[in-house]
Design a protein around this ligand. Sequence first.
Ligand code: ADP
Length: 168
Amino acid sequence: MGKIALYPGSFDPITKGHIDIIKRSSNLFDKLIIGIFKNSTKSKAWFSDEEKVEMIQEILKKEGIEAEIKIFNGLLVDFMYKENVNILIRGLRALSDYEYELQFALTNSALAKNDFETVFLTASREYLYLSSSLVKEIALNEGQLGIFVPKIVEEELRKKVKEIKHNR
Ligand code: ADP
């Protein structure tokens, strides 16, 4: 069995920063799983799990990236054992990510009795300050989204903003 990597996140929605990490890690390992943390019932996510899967699926197809998409809940380590994952991928942006990511990596490796490694990929310069919440803020204020997200995500964001404003 080869090296199986998992890239977990909320992806609410997926941005060009995430896609950059996905592209780069898909070249590094034998198999890549994109793990979407299942929305909890009290989650403030804009997108449902299914909507996230559909968007990511379309992007992978368009970009010719080979990866599996899976929704999971519960402990990350349990999911990793179930899927035989040996490598956890995380993206590091500015210094502000460091503390949270270190805590995340160390907790998971303690829970997993060191059965896997966390690999950090640094964000590419153009996406260093890009986050899903920033993208939602721009969408709410009808700003330009093209540099931050692919077309399909932009379209879905515009639809969501219409729904949100309609329901206010
Ligand atoms: P979370 O819900 O844990 O914040 P996200 O879905 O926002 O997860 O992100 C998942 C992973 O992708 C995290 O490791 C995060 O640091 C990384 N990431 C998010 N945005 C970017 C970006 N612009 N460039 C590189 N990595 C990123």
